[in-house]
Design a protein around this ligand. Sequence first.
Ligand SMILES: [Zn+2]
Length: 387
Amino acid sequence: MADLDVVTRGGVLIDDEGRIAEVADADKLRKEHPDARIEEVSGVLFPGFVDSHTHGVFGPPRTADQARRAKGIEYKTIAEQGGGILSSVRDVRALSEEDLLALTRSRMKRLLGLGTTTVEVKSGYGLSLEDEIKQLRVIRKLGDQGPTLVPTFLGAHEVPAEHRDDPEAYVDLVVNEMLPAVVQEKLAVFCDVFCEPGVFTPKQSERVLSEARKLGLDLKIHADELDGSGGAELAVSLNARSADHLAAISDKGVGALARAPRTVAVLLPGTQLFLGRTNRAPARSLIDEGASVALATDFNPGSSPGMSLPLMAMLGVSQLKMAPEEAVIAVTVNAAAAIGVADRVGQLAPGFDADMVEADIGDWREMPYWYGANMVRRVWKRGAPCP
Ligand SMILES: [Zn+2]
């Protein structure tokens, strides 16, 4: 994870398809390709950042929740007072697809301006067949107008109010009605589940994910965020693409991820920070024992309205004790692996999409360093400058 290749006075040769043909010394490329159209870049050029965990389709922000939290009110009470995740569900259900599309488009444009060229986006604020599909259609309609979007079905995000007395009936609905509809319309690449005491049990999570796999979806798990219930181990046993959160992961879970052949640990330090929680995901022991670690924003209206991956990289260093190299890898190469696009994005290397970010800094180490200002000057997707 600390294997970062830095080229000084480098150049990137891009082919007509917007793919990287060569990365080499700039003067050498200039000499060898005298007819190429040249764009001068100063500062540091990074691969486009990859946000591997967001809940980017939502209605209004939840500022009232934040004010309640500042008064010391617990999440359970906030939910009873009409806030919490189910308030975002009410908001999404009330909005038309067009209105959700407009909101999401403008938010994704902001992410792009912060250097994020690929974003995983989950449903999970609909929690009914119709409203989950509505969220996923918004993701599909946006496609790659802004960042390139990778869709995840998260029907098992929470049990909606109308099924509170019988959560098992809601799991039936997810498995028997939502999943087949999502797959039939080809609306998702991944299926995700919130595996956490009080939300979905490991048994329920396994049921949803096994059905999803049978239908051809790849898997993710919200694992061990609050109390821990073996979500990381479940992710590894199902050979999921990622296990996300992990602030309450057990030593056994760390060991399982360290030995996992393909499961990336996606850490979300912005969430812990925004909620004022003091426990942290054990990035250091995960990395030291051999796990692949990515950092993501968890962009959502309740627990992490953060949009900036450079900020998450900074938190990775300052809060999770990651090396700056590891933080850069965690928002590029490993983030791409966490959403199954590591063969296309996340690196400035031949064959990869020319998704690139020019940062107004003198040294790459300044990316996970400055915070509170956007150091991104220009962004390209497949070789084309983004407006
Ligand atoms: Zn999440």
